[in-house]
Design a protein around this ligand. Structure first.
Ligand SMILES: *Cc1c(COP(=O)(O)O)cnc(C)c1O
Length: 428
């Protein structure tokens, strides 16, 4: 496949946009080459500016769980837009999506909508600090919670791909309040609590990590965090920006049967529009302005177009829960097929999968945390990525990202992908 026009468009974009992109991982810096410029998308496919049709395994980094330009969502946005696109005053759409989310997710009474996952996580931590009157937080190396200052300490995703785990511009004062532990290492978390008695406001974690590839929580890990938080009066924040409304109606809380105190959302909850949200039990959420002391606000928060898209998406998932088993079965088909191809050609690999999140690491060792994810072969991943792109298959341009399976993918798309994987690795 040719990507000539994308290359030219990228050169032009670089003149006026830093690195040519509005979010770093899109620039393909981790894998080399230039990004693909998308013209349109429908269902499982992207159509780029060179006229190529690509099978999409990114799905806008998660939101398009039912495929691109899903008709009910597009119709809802169109109808709502005709009535005005923003009022800066309450609408019934906001109550409707809040009621829906509260009914689907365990252990939450109230939810506040914002414009991105970054904002949701940033606000959740402020709320936790305000509620507990403590300043320190624990995060895990390789977990990504958006780009606000407190989280850019060994963050995953684009921050790893670019090799700037600690971004300049984050002050030492901020960094000292973020305590780091290795994913799946409960002993380290215990030691941090011992060394910081009564100082830790919250633990924030991706209950299934998706920003260092896909890494499942080890058995007992989330439960262990829950008990430690209870013991130390610390709040547990599940960052379900990826996992929320993807792994189950009730996200990772439902899948693992572990309750968090604050849950953050993004991606699927906005149906492809810019939406984030954070939610908790009433006594915690009532700590927020205008009824509580913790300030948080947004001019476009609860925007009617975004709420209409979100409502339609959540309704679809709520009314057709078989979607979750359907995407899980498709993801398993992809997993087993790729695994067989990699084994056949003697390629060292580890495929991690939880529900419709999956990733391939080129290493025979278990990938359980940031160190083991980093130990896998980046060189092989890059060959793999470009091989797939030549076959018209679009996966995340970094080994430190999960793939997001959509229900629009057909078994034929998946089998074509598996065949391409076989062809690519046969040449190694
Ligand atoms: C994508 C993501 C975020 C950030 O969301 P944005 O909408 O990109 O700001 C936060 N946490 C996790 C787990 C994510 O995957």
């Amino acid at each position: 496949m040719q990507y000539k026009r994308s290359s030219a468009l990228f050169s032009e974009a670089q003149q006026v946009i830093p690195g040519g992109v509005n979010s770093p991982v899109r620039a393909f810096k981790g894998v080399g080459g230039h990004p693909v410029f998308i013209n349109s998308a429908k269902g499982a496919y992207l159509f780029d500016e060179d006229g190529n049709k690509l099978i999409d395994y990114i799905n806008s980094w998660g939101p398009m769980i039912l495929g691109h330009a899903f008709d009910p969502v597009v119709d809802a946005i169109t109808a709502t837009a005709k009535k005005g696109t923003s009022f800066g005053a309450p609408t019934v759409l906001e109550t409707e999506i809040a009621q829906l989310a509260v009914s689907m997710v365990p252990n939450i009474d109230k939810i506040r909508f914002v414009n991105s996952g970054t904002e949701a996580c940033m606000s959740a931590v402020r709320l936790a600090r305000g509620y507990t009157s403590r300043e320190k937080i624990i995060k895990f190396a390789g977990c990504y919670h958006g780009h606000s200052d407190s989280f850019l300490i060994q963050a995953g995703s684009g921050a790893i791909t670019l090799g700037v785990p600690n971004s300049p511009g984050v002050t030492a004062g901020t960094a000292k309040d973020t305590l780091l532990a290795d994913y799946n290492n409960l002993e380290q978390v215990k030691a941090i609590f011992e060394a910081n008695k009564d100082e830790i406001s919250c633990i924030i974690i991706e209950p299934v990590a998706g920003n260092m590839g896909c890494i499942p929580p080890a058995s007992g890990f989330l439960e262990g965090l829950r008990s430690l938080c209870d013991e130390h009066n610390t709040l547990l924040i599940f960052d379900e920006v990826m996992t929320g409304f993807r792994l189950a109606k009730g996200g990772a809380q439902e899948l693992y049967g572990v309750n968090a105190d604050i849950i953050t959302f993004g991606k699927v909850i906005g149906g492809g529009l810019p939406v984030g949200a954070f939610a908790a039990r009433e006594e915690i959420m009532n700590y927020l302005a205008p009824i509580g002391p913790v300030y948080q606000a947004g001019t476009l928060s609860g925007n009617p177009l975004a709420m209409a898209a979100g409502i339609t998406m959540l309704n679809e998932l709520n009314e057709k829960p078989e979607i979750f088993s359907s995407i899980n079965i498709k993801t398993k088909r992809l997993h087993l097929g790729m695994q067989a191809a990699l084994i056949k050609h003697n390629i060292p690999h580890t495929i991690n999968r939880v529900g419709s999140m999956i990733s391939v690491h080129f290493s025979n060792d278990p990938v359980v945390d940031f160190a083991s994810a980093s130990a896998a072969s980046g060189e092989r991943f890059n060959l793999f990525f470009h091989g797939l792109l030549e076959h018209g298959i679009y996966i995340a341009p970094s080994a430190f990202e999960t793939w997001f399976i959509s229900d629009a993918l057909s078994n034929e798309d998946i089998d074509n992908t598996i065949a391409a994987v076989g062809e690519i690795v046969a040449a190694w």
